[in-house]
Design a protein around this ligand. Structure first.
Ligand code: PLP
Length: 332
């Protein structure tokens, strides 16, 4: 039984590339749009890659030992990936999450035996959030210094500062795209949250083909909180990396890796995701819709005629059923 897997850790990565043939035809695109379907990972997101990599890196370095609790703060997918990997490896898992994270993510983490804590519910953090008008970065900093530093037998993963995050994309996501396209990829499109995906994948592909264009997605201005619109519908997991203070950009984001930044609004991401569900039968999340929207804009440019664009789609649409993503009457 050579082909029987013994752990979900063996199911991470090697996700398929799909050409959106019907979508290309509908839009008369003269460039190829290939999408890397990260929902084929065992827990349906790109974050399974970094969850496994960060845990095994900590084990190797002796930072994570039997009986320890793995701790993380995330918008969700990393939490879900870590919860599953921690479960199969026998670690306890605890996650601190922002209050606006969708309900199904809490339920999934709990199903894996993980503990979920809303950031605002940790008294010290609740105070910081109030004082800083909801500054997540400041809250995490206080969590690390005033709460986690006092605890023993825990490993704080911190995907926003963990070098194993971009490194796993450099050693797996990039090579997979290179091999599956026989090196015939011209443009890479990726979202930026921690920046791990774009930085690691971009680094590998550029090492193979220096002229390859790396395009990074930033949320449009109507999709970010502002004085006039304090609670916009956001693209989950995607954060600005330009026009924000340097200390707000995670160290896992290599600001020298991208050639172009494309801004996408949440409603544009919703439209693209709704459309490819109908044209090509893939059910994807909001940031995946953003990647397809950006890839489409690029495919329409005359200079990109005949080129191959690869867009990385981070997760499944099933994780967004309680949001407005697939409520077609919702038009922002
Ligand atoms: C749904 C979703 N899309 C995109 C991203 C961005 O990926 P990365 O953190 O590798 O930049 C994330 C990250 O949290 C995410 O959860």
């Amino acid at each position: 039984m050579a082909n029987v897997k013994k752990s979900i850790t063996e199911l991470v990565g090697k996700t398929p590339l799909l050409e959106l043939v019907n979508y290309e035809k509908k839009h008369n695109l003269e460039a190829k749009v290939l999408v890397k379907l990260e929902y084929f990972n065992p827990n349906q997101s790109v974050k399974d890659r970094i969850a496994l990599a960060m845990i095994e890196d900590a084990e190797k370095k002796g930072l994570l030992k039997p009986g320890y609790t793995v701790v993380e703060t995330t918008s969700g997918n990393t939490g879900i990936g870590l919860a599953a990997i921690a479960a199969t490896k026998g670690y306890k898992f605890r996650v601190y999450v922002q209050d606006n994270v969708s309900q199904e993510r809490f339920q999934v983490i709990q199903a894996f035996g993980g503990e979920t804590i809303k950031l605002s519910e940790e008294p010290v953090i609740g105070r910081v959030l109030e004082e800083t008008n909801g500054d997540f970065v400041a809250a995490i900093d206080v969590l690390r210094r005033e709460v986690l530093a006092k605890e023993e037998n825990i490993y704080f993963v911190d995907q926003t500062a963990n070098p194993a995050n971009p490194a796993i994309h450099e050693s797996t996501t990039g090579p997979e795209i290179w091999e599956d396209t026989d090196g015939e990829v011209d443009i890479l499109v990726a979202n930026v949250g921690t920046g791990g995906t774009v930085s690691g994948t971009g680094k590998f592909l550029k090492s193979k083909k220096p002229e390859l264009q790396v395009v990074a997605i930033q949320p449009g201005e109507n999709s970010l909180p502002s004085d006039t619109n304090p609670e916009p519908e956001e693209i989950t997991g995607v954060h600005p990396f330009e026009g924000v203070p340097a200390e707000r950009v995670p160290s896992t984001m290599d600001l020298n890796i991208y050639d172009k930044k494309v801004e996408v609004e949440t409603i544009e991401a919703y439209h693209a995701a709704r459309e490819v569900a109908k044209t090509d039968g893939i059910l994807i999340g909001t940031s995946s819709g953003a990647a397809i929207h950006a890839a489409t804009e690029l495919a329409k440019l005359p200079e990109n005629k005949g080129k191959t664009i690869v867009a990385i789609l981070p997760d499944t649409g099933l994780r967004y059923l309680s949001t407005n993503l697939f409520r077609e009457e919702f038009q922002g």
